[in-house]
Ligand binder design. Structure first.
Ligand code: HEM
Length: 337
């Protein structure tokens, strides 16, 4: 009885194995063609060409998600992965190279008549606070924004994926939250300095004479010369564009569709690169580019000879106001310590 039972079990087992091998054989034979990626992608490409986009059906309320591929999305991805990186690299590195060459050729713009030893108030505490708050936010926004564009290609190869993802997460928080004081700064700067930044005929003369930076001339200027007015309007207009497009990106699909989001990102990215490049030039002139300039935003007081050389009309206005004032208030020229 026992050998018979063993034989039946053996035969049954063999049959099962045979059935399994038989059933598996067609699957194995079909394997190569069922995962042929080229065949599938050709179909997808054909669908895309025929229909304009590849769309499926879904059961969730967000109908946007039913669109799987649309050509504009591919253009956007190319812009983000290639074009924006080129724009950023050319604008920012180009500006740095330009400034290095300019510095080597021209050197620091000195106070030609030397320091007088007397200073005059140029920016009060509130103005300096607003400037530095906005500037600090801008620098952090620029660095954390550039991480979104370049981090994957420049930083990821230098650090572990975990470290890169931790840094990027914090960078993203900083980018989102510092947008609020930055927005406040753009608004305050607009109101605080608008009066001195309306273009006038003096600006044209200033520009024609090279602004005292290219050559060694000292064309007259009021509180803000044409170069500073350009920076002011850049900050106000480009800053506003960054704020609007930035909030469209932070709050996706509030009255916007996918195309609006793509457009907002393109505008945000391109302006960011140009804005950053120009701000590097602004930082250059305010530091190593011009003797005595940093003090205006540092201590808030500049040397009277610096004011005479770079903002002679403003100095005259200030001195006239001081002469008219009944008693010295400490707001005008005072001996430097
Ligand atoms: C109110 C101000 C701002 C807000 C609300 C804002 C918001 C945003 C958001 C939500 C993103 C997309 C992030 C993502 O894809 O995860 C972004 C990207 C970016 N931001 Fe801003 N941002 C602001 C200002 C700035 C400023 C001042 C700069 C620099 C000058 C800047 C530079 C960038 C850059 C370079 C990107 C990456 C673009 C890309 O590669 O797609 N942002 N910003």
């Amino acid at each position: 009885m026992a050998p018979l039972f063993t034989r039946v079990r053996l035969i049954f087992g063999a049959l099962v194995i045979f059935a399994l091998v038989f059933a598996a054989a067609p699957v194995g034979a079909q394997q190569p063609s069922s995962v042929n990626p080229t065949a599938n992608s050709v179909k997808e490409e054909q669908l895309l060409r025929a229909l304009g986009q590849v769309q499926g059906r879904g059961s969730i309320p967000d109908t946007k998600s039913y669109t799987i591929v649309h050509p504009a999305g591919r253009d956007w991805r190319h812009f983000h992965e290639v074009t924006l990186r080129w724009i950023g690299a050319v604008a920012i590195l180009g500006m740095v190279v330009l400034l290095v060459v300019f510095y080597l050729a021209r050197g620091m713009v000195k106070i030609e008549s030397g320091r007088s030893g007397r200073t005059i108030v140029r920016f009060n505490g509130i103005e300096r606070f607003v400037h530095w708050m906005t500037a600090t936010c801008f620098i952090v926004l620029a660095i954390t924004g550039l991480n979104i564009t370049f981090g994957k290609v420049l930083l990821l190869p230098l650090m572990s994926p975990q470290a890169f993802s931790d840094w990027s997460e914090w960078a993203k928080y900083a980018h989102n939250y510092l947008s609020f004081p930055f927005t406040l700064g753009v608004v305050l700067i607009f109101f605080m300095w608008i009066a001195g930044n309306i273009p006038n005929r003096v600006d044209w003369q200033w520009l024609k004479r090279g602004g005292g930076i290219v050559g060694h001339d000292h064309p007259p200027a009021y509180k803000f010369n044409a170069g500073q007015k350009a920076i002011y309007w850049l900050q106000v207009l480009a800053g506003t564009a960054m704020v609007i497009t930035g909030y469209v990106l932070i709050f996706p699909f509030y009255g916007t569709d996918v195309s609006n989001m793509e457009a907002a990102q393109v505008v945000h990215g391109v302006i960011a690169m140009l804005f950053t490049a120009i701000m590097i030039a602004h930082i250059y002139i305010g530091t190593i580019g011009m003797e005595g300039a940093f003090e205006a935003m540092g201590s808030g007081e500049v040397d009277v000879n610096w004011a005479k050389e770079h903002h002679s009309l403003w100095l005259e206005e200030e001195l006239a106001r001081e002469r008219k004032a009944p008693a010295p208030t400490g707001a005008a020229a005072t001996p430097a310590e």
